[in-house]
Design a protein around this ligand. Structure first.
Ligand code: GAP
Length: 441
């Protein structure tokens, strides 16, 4: 099987409108990307699947959407102002900057090759700052949030009181986060602007021991549901040198990306650290009165923190396959699970003429209520199938001359390339059934 490289993914993303370099006509911007029509559909589908899993299918989890800009004290309380740093060194000759923990400080500069040219490591804060209001001084500094989690903690009391939530419960949020990452290689894997899908589970101290393994299991199951190959996923437990100073335990779900095993999502046991810090810095009571036994405590938190944009890269990498077909033909196919495929069904008239295009157009319009659709009339039918395979469309419906006689169409399945003849009136139910039974071949 041909190797899946990041270059192939990047090239497909640009060619087919998944992901573009940000402000490309001006030479781009490091660590920033734009999602094209198919990319935004894929990203939204993953987001919606996660949101449904967390807030609709799970007991006791509600959603919020906090603002990106927050009172700066939030980030002092959370420890980000003093601790959210990477140790950096500069090369004194070429002025390239590197993370001190990612290069050999005794070796040559990876950029210019000179030796003994690095400055002493200095801590570099990853938060972007900007100013709010008309003056630009220290008092007007605000940060672009580097994680969505703090927006959840500061709303803990609001949610408990307004929605009468009882511990244990969770708050979920999806949104943009920003980090001034110095090493932004590997496409959207590590970018300066990205999206996170985070859930904070508030529980009684002590019960975190039960919830932590529970959430690890739930999160791994989610990727199975998304159709990701399970042998490409594994756990990595944080060692003492990786663990945040307040964390009790932390595991990463790693995925085998084209560039190797890398973190996809973190499941963290954060104790009462964050709520305690916010109580201290805000002076507001963050305790919870448990009606079960009238005890009062600051809840412990188990966090599940996934990168949405990193999930997009995983979904693309996992789905990508170059296949050699019988007769010397070949195709690139994305084996997306139907739940996340940007286009569910493409309707293809065999010919433009003789009323086939009009008939097919009507079929496609009717399908729009149920599925995301595409309509393609240009080129030989085989080429049109290939185009849909390459963007991961699970089903193609072909309208031909027999359709005009008996109102049947051909339903083609992306993975197996099998075709079956069905009545037009049964397209929706056939696709729904196939989606329920979907297993990647
Ligand atoms: N609230 C905890 C937190 O933010 P994290 O391990 O720093 O934890 C969680 O980030 C997830 O966010 C990561 O597993 C990754 O998927 C994603 N992520 C973090 N930094 C990122 C970046 N620069 N670009 C893309 N995704 C990133």
């Amino acid at each position: 099987m041909a190797e899946v490289t990041l270059d192939k993914i990047v090239s497909l993303c640009k060619r087919r409108g998944f992901i573009f370099q940000s402000s490309e006509i001006y030479g781009g911007l490091n660590g920033a990307y734009d999602y094209g029509p198919l990319g935004v559909a894929l990203k939204n589908n993953i987001r919606d699947m996660w949101w449904k899993e967390m807030t609709q299918l799970h007991d006791n989890i509600v959603g919020i959407d906090a603002s990106i800009l927050m009172n700066s004290t939030v980030w002092k309380a959370s420890g980000h102002v003093s601790n959210f740093t990477d140790p950096m060194v500069d090369c004194k000759v070429c002025h390239a900057r590197f993370r001190a923990d990612q290069i050999d400080l005794n070796g040559p500069c990876p950029n210019c090759g000179n030796k003994d040219t690095f400055t002493a490591p200095r801590n570099f804060n990853l938060m972007f700052t900007t100013h709010i209001g008309p003056t630009q001084d220290d008092s007007s500094v605000v940060y672009l949030r580097p994680e969505t989690a703090q927006g959840i903690y500061v709303n803990f009391k609001n949610v408990v009181q307004s929605c009468r939530m009882k511990v244990p419960f969770g708050i979920a949020q999806v949104g943009k986060s920003f980090r001034n990452e110095i090493t932004t290689k590997n496409f959207i894997f590590r970018s300066c602007e990205f999206e996170q899908m985070e859930m904070q589970w508030f529980c009684k101290p002590g019960t975190d021991e039960k919830w932590f393994p529970y959430w690890r299991e739930q999160r791994m199951k989610f990727y199975d549901k998304m159709g990701i190959r399970m042998d490409h996923l594994r756990w990595h437990q944080h060692g003492p040198d990786e663990l945040a100073f307040y964390a009790k335990d932390a595991y990463d779900i790693q995925y085998l990306f084209p560039m190797g095993w890398q973190e996809l999502e973190g499941v963290h046991s954060r104790t009462d650290y964050d709520l305690t810090q916010h109580q201290k810095f805000s002076g507001k009571d963050m305790t919870y009165l448990d009606p079960a036994d009238n005890s009062r405590y600051i809840p412990y938190v188990v966090e599940t923190s996934a990168g949405l944009t990193r999930n997009v890269l995983m979904a693309l990498s996992d789905a990508y396959e170059e296949q050699q077909l019988e007769g010397g033909d070949s195709r690139v196919v994305l084996h997306f699970h139907p739940n996340i495929a940007p286009i569910m069904v493409a309707v293809l008239p065999l010919m433009k003429k003789d009323g086939l295009a009009e008939y097919a157009s009507k079929v496609e319009h009717d399908l729009r209520e149920d599925f995301t659709t595409d309509f393609d009339v240009s080129g030989a039918i085989g080429r049109r199938y290939r185009r849909q395979d390459e963007v991961g469309t699970p089903y193609c419906v072909t309208v031909d001359y027999d359709t005009l006689k008996d109102n049947t169409v051909t339903l083609r399945f992306r993975d197996s390339m099998e075709q079956k003849r069905i009545p037009v009136s049964e397209i929706v139910s056939e696709i729904r059934k196939a989606n329920k039974e979907y297993k990647r071949v």
